[in-house]
Write a protein that binds this ligand. Structure first.
Ligand code: UD1
Ligand code: UDP
Length: 374
């Protein structure tokens, strides 16, 4: 038997942990693959809890995160640290997911070291470098350096074809987030927060850099207006630890008896909160994918999305960050059962829970062509 192929899986932030976990687990079951997990720890606590849930212990931990890290210094530290480790580990393949600074730098360093790079969740685009910032740039760079593009949908495949990426390098696999979600959502998890069972739960998350400042203040004011207008709703808002978000959320929402601000929830309780939610307001990418699969209407606190499939299905709506518009759109769903039912259909355009399996199959066929797959 030939020597196993050395696959280096990179994880940096919470969503990368969630979306890489099914793939890491699947690769570890393959006899032809030797898997090394490298955590940049661009996120510290948020990443650690996700990896613990999925039983993944990083082989290498770069411990990169600093409080309130700025993009240039984060990028510089990642490039230096990744380059050193790629040199030491000399993997056959580097895999990373999504559009964070970790992913962009991993693709760049793999390119400099001439190591083939596989991009998981490839092909998402808004075609606007300012929205989301800096993620649109990150995924463009990673996308153009990849040997394999694992795209979640046909739409993302088309985006890459338009950019001149070779068809043969693109594989429609679905999004691994659905693999992770289905595994976790199959069980009931305790939610250690006392919620009022008699009230409709509105779940909120927000963290996008382009929304910092006035847009995010407007979002908070809209949430407050909604709670005041509807005595039968309760808001649960796990606040992202980014200081630019935390301070404003606590200043504007911290004192309302029906707005529950809490630290980020671990992934399993957060899935449980999504299951219990009546309505979700978010600017998160992952939540836009998960909530429709759980049959929950999502109002997206952004003007553009790289995930238009669920919008086209009518189960996600873009509402931007204008206070009056958010209030109007949420009120429509809170007032009209018909409008609500129209959006709560359990449609999932992002996958069927088999994405990791498909990615593994592509890699095995590509890497083990000379060994007959073993
Ligand atoms: C990052 C990604 C974003 C992704 C998001 C997922 C970049 C530029 N941004 O945004 O694409 O959607 O993660 O959540 O790659 N912090 C903690 N503990 C943690 C995590 C973060 O305290 O476990 C705080 C730190 O002060 C840190 C700050 O949040 O400096 C910002 O973290 P960073 O990864 O730079 O940006 P995010 O806003 O989290
Ligand atoms: N999430 C979580 N706890 C929370 C909020 C979100 O586990 O308190 C999960 C959520 O289910 C989704 C992922 O984190 O899978 C999304 O991460 P985030 O919104 O930070 O990043 P994005 O998806 O926007 O890149």
């Amino acid at each position: 038997m030939k020597e196993a192929k050395h696959i280096l899986c990179i994880v940096g932030t919470r969503p990368e942990g969630i979306k890489m976990a099914p793939l890491i687990q699947a690769l570890k079951r393959e006899p032809w693959a030797r898997v090394t997990v490298l955590a940049t720890a661009q996120h510290r606590a948020l990443l650690d809890q996700v990896l613990a849930l999925f039983g993944i212990v990083p082989d290498v931990d770069l411990d990169i995160m600093r409080p309130n890290q700025a993009l240039p210094e984060l990028t510089a530290r990642l490039i230096t640290a990744l380059d050193e480790k790629f040199g030491e580990l000399a993997p056959d393949v580097v895999l990373a997911q999504g559009d964070t600074t970790t992913v962009m730098t991993a693709a760049l360093v793999a390119f400099y070291r001439r190591i083939p790079f596989g991009h998981v969740e490839a092909g998402l685009r808004t075609h606007d470098l300012d929205n989301p910032f800096p993620e649109e740039m990150n995924r463009l760079v990673a996308g153009h350096l990849a040997r394999w593009h694992f795209v979640p949908t046909e739409r993302s495949r088309q985006n890459l074809l338009r950019e001149g990426i070779a068809d043969a390098a693109i594989h429609v696999t679905g999004n691994t987030v659905i693999d992770a979600l289905l595994e976790v959502a199959a069980a009931d998890w305790p939610l250690d927060i006392q919620l009022d069972a008699g009230k409709r739960l509105v779940l909120v998350t927000a963290h996008r850099r382009e929304n910092f400042g006035e847009p995010f203040r407007a979002v908070c004011c809209a949430i407050r207006q909604l709670v005041d207008r509807y005595p039968d709703i309760e808001v649960l808002y796990p606040v992202h630890p980014n200081p630019n978000v935390r301070a404003t959320a606590h200043e504007l929402l911290g004192d309302h008896p029906r707005i529950r601000l809490c630290p980020p929830l671990d992934y399993a309780p957060f899935v449980e909160a999504q299951k219990r939610a009546h309505l979700i307001l978010t600017d998160s990418g992952g939540v836009q994918e998960e909530a429709p699969a759980l049959g929950k209407p999502v109002l997206v606190l952004r003007t553009e999305t790289e995930r238009p499939e669920a919008v086209d299905e009518g189960v996600v709506r873009l509402v931007g960050t204008d206070e009056a518009h958010i209030v109007a759109e949420a009120s429509r769903l809170l007032d009209s059962e018909a409008a609500y039912r129209e959006m709560a259909r359990g449609v999932s355009p992002y996958g069927d829970g088999m994405a990791a399996r498909r990615i593994v199959d592509v890699l095995r066929d590509a890497l083990c062509a000379d060994t007959g797959g073993s």
